[in-house]
Design a protein around this ligand. Structure first.
Ligand code: HEC
Ligand code: HEC
Length: 269
C-alpha cells in the first residue's frame, strides 16, 4: 500500500472512531447533566440551610416552623398552596421568596399575626446587599431554594392551588400592582381585592382625589410626591411619620413609574 493510501485509511478509521465516541457521549449527556443539576441543587439547599440558620431562625424558628406573634412558618402548606394568590404575586414561589427576602418587609401584611421582633418597622429587615442588607444574591437564592425544598413535605394532595393572578409584563399598571405588593404598600393601604389594611388611607379613588390637591402640577405629580416624600402633604385623619420615608432609596425608577401608573388607574368607581 502506498503511504498516501495508508494515511487515508488511518484517517477514515480515526473519523469513524471519533464519531462513535461522540455519539456515545451525546447519548449519556442528558443523564450526566441531570445528575449534575441535582447535585448542584442539593449543594445549594445545604448552603441555604446554613444561611437560614445564621440569619432567619430568630424570627422564623429553628426549623422554619414560625414563631407565633413574630414571623410566619416557611415550611407549612399555606405558603405553597395559597400565599401567592393571597398577595397577588404572579411569578414562581421561589421568585417571591427571593423578592421578599431581598427587600424585607417594612410592615407586616398580617399585623395581627406577625409583628417581627415587635420593635416597629421594618418587621423584617432588608437582606440584599443591593438594598444595604448583609446578603449576596447567591446566598438569597440559596435560602430560597432551601425554603422551596419544603414543598414536597408540606404538599397536601387535597389542596387545589388557587390560580395565580395573571400579570401582563408589558402592562405597566399590571407591573405596578406587583410593585405595590413587593414594596409592602399592601401592609398599610387598602385597595379593593388586594388588602384591607387601615394604617394608611384606602387608595381606591386616589387618582380622582389627587387631582383636587392644590400645589401640585398634576395628579401624577401628587402621587409620586406622596410616595417619595410622604411628609409633604399629610392626609387628614392620618398621622405624619407613619409612612416610611426611604422609598426613594428602595424603589427602582422603573418600579416607581409603574407604581404611579397603577395608582393613577384607581379612579373613583
Ligand atoms: C426580625 C424578624 C425576622 C427575621 C430575622 C427574618 N424574617 Fe422573614 N419575615 C418576618 C416577618 C414579620 C414577615 C412578614 C409577615 C407578613 O407580612 O405577614 C416575614 C416574611 C417572610 C417571608 C414571606 C412569607 C409569607 O408568608 O409571605 C419570607 C419568605 C421570609 N420572611 C424569609 C426570611 C428569611 C429567608 C430570613 C433570613 C434571611 C428572614 N425571613 C428573616 C420577620 C423576620
Ligand atoms: C407603614 C405604613 C405605610 C406604608 C408601608 C406605606 N404607606 Fe402610604 N401612607 C401611609 C399613611 C399613614 C399615609 C397618610 C399620611 C400621609 O399622607 O403621609 C399614607 C399616604 C399615602 C398616599 C397619599 C394618599 C392620599 O389619599 O392622598 C399615597 C399615594 C401612598 N401613601 C402610597 C403608598 C405607596 C405606593 C406605598 C408603597 C411603596 C406606601 N404608601 C406605603 C402609610 C403607609
Amino acid at each position: 500500500m502506498k503511504r498516501i493510501h495508508l494515511e487515508i485509511a488511518l484517517g477514515t478509521i480515526f473519523i469513524i472512531l471519533s464519531s462513535v465516541v461522540l455519539i456515545v457521549m451525546a447519548a449519556e449527556e442528558p443523564g450526566r447533566l441531570a445528575r449534575f443539576e441535582v447535585e448542584q441543587r442539593a449543594e445549594q439547599i445545604e448552603f441555604g440551610a446554613a444561611v437560614f440558620e445564621i440569619n432567619c431562625t430568630s424570627c422564623h424558628g429553628s426549623h422554619a416552623q414560625g414563631i407565633p406573634g413574630k414571623a410566619p412558618c416557611l415550611r407549612c402548606p399555606e405558603l405553597f398552596a395559597s400565599r401567592l394568590a393571597e398577595v397577588g404575586w404572579p411569578g414562581s414561589l421561589e421568585d417571591y421568596i427571593v423578592s421578599v427576602v431581598s427587600t424585607g418587609r417594612q410592615v407586616s401584611t398580617r399585623p395581627a399575626l406577625y409583628q417581627g421582633e415587635g420593635k416597629g418597622p421594618p418587621v423584617m429587615p432588608t437582606w440584599s446587599e443591593r438594598f444595604g442588607g448583609p446578603l449576596r444574591d447567591d446566598q438569597i437564592r440559596a435560602v430560597a431554594a432551601f425554603i422551596v425544598n419544603f414543598q414536597g413535605w408540606a404538599e397536601n394532595p387535597e389542596v387545589v392551588p388557587t390560580p395565580l393572578v395573571a400579570v401582563d409584563i408589558n402592562d405597566p399598571v399590571s407591573l405596578g400592582r406587583v410593585a405595590f405588593v413587593q414594596y409592602g404598600c399592601i401592609g398599610c393601604h387598602a385597595i379593593d381585592g388586594l388588602s384591607q389594611a387601615t394604617t394608611g388611607p384606602a387608595l381606591d379613588g386616589v387618582a380622582t382625589r389627587a387631582e383636587t390637591r392644590t400645589g401640585y402640577e398634576s395628579a401624577e405629580d401628587y402621587i409620586r410626591t406622596s410616595i417619595l416624600n410622604p411628609g409633604e402633604f399629610v392626609v387628614e385623619g392620618f398621622g405624619d411619620g407613619i409612612m416610611p420615608t426611604n422609598f426613594s432609596e428602595l424603589i427602582s425608577e422603573a418600579d416607581l413609574e409603574n407604581l404611579v401608573l397603577f395608582l393613577l388607574s384607581l379612579t373613583e368607581p
